[in-house]
Design a protein around this ligand. Structure first.
Ligand SMILES: [Zn+2]
Length: 132
């Protein structure tokens, strides 16, 4: 979403570190219709920097839904919760995948599933198509 220049070297580092997969929904870049993007985990307008520790590889859908948000309200606890941070947290501790459905296991996981809309029928259908 940002217009800050990101060098090719930094772009490559972030992409390779993520194994070419979206760091939120795990959609592989080579199977995505639209190119993956670099996301500022903490958006620039909140003071996030353009450094590898604050960048994540995301699919275009996750990036659109996330925008510059930092968090939202967890449906279970009704309390504000930050989004999952792929730099400091582990995907498998916060999410699980079963039957093409991504389940949030923690407040951060649930908040991210909801805000990034990881389980719309369109996205579940896409996962089924890619990994039958
Ligand atoms: Zn994604």
């Amino acid at each position: 979403m940002s217009k800050t220049y990101i060098s090719l070297a930094l772009r490559r580092l972030v992409t390779e570190r993520a194994n070419d997969q979206c760091e939120y929904c795990r959609l592989p870049a080579n199977l995505s219709f639209f190119p993956h993007e670099l996301d500022h985990i903490i958006a620039e307008k909140h003071g996030g920097q353009t450094i590898s520790e604050n960048l994540a590889l995301t699919c275009w859908r996750c990036n659109r839904h996330k925008g510059s948000d930092l968090g939202s309200f967890d449906l279970h606890t009704k309390e504000f919760c930050f989004l999952f941070n792929p730099r400091t947290q582990s995907w498998s501790e916060h999410f699980s995948l079963s039957h093409h459905h991504i389940e949030g296991l923690t407040p951060e996981g649930r908040t991210t599933v909801k805000l990034l809309q990881l389980n719309t029928s369109e996205r579940i259908a896409e996962r089924k198509r890619l990994t039958p």
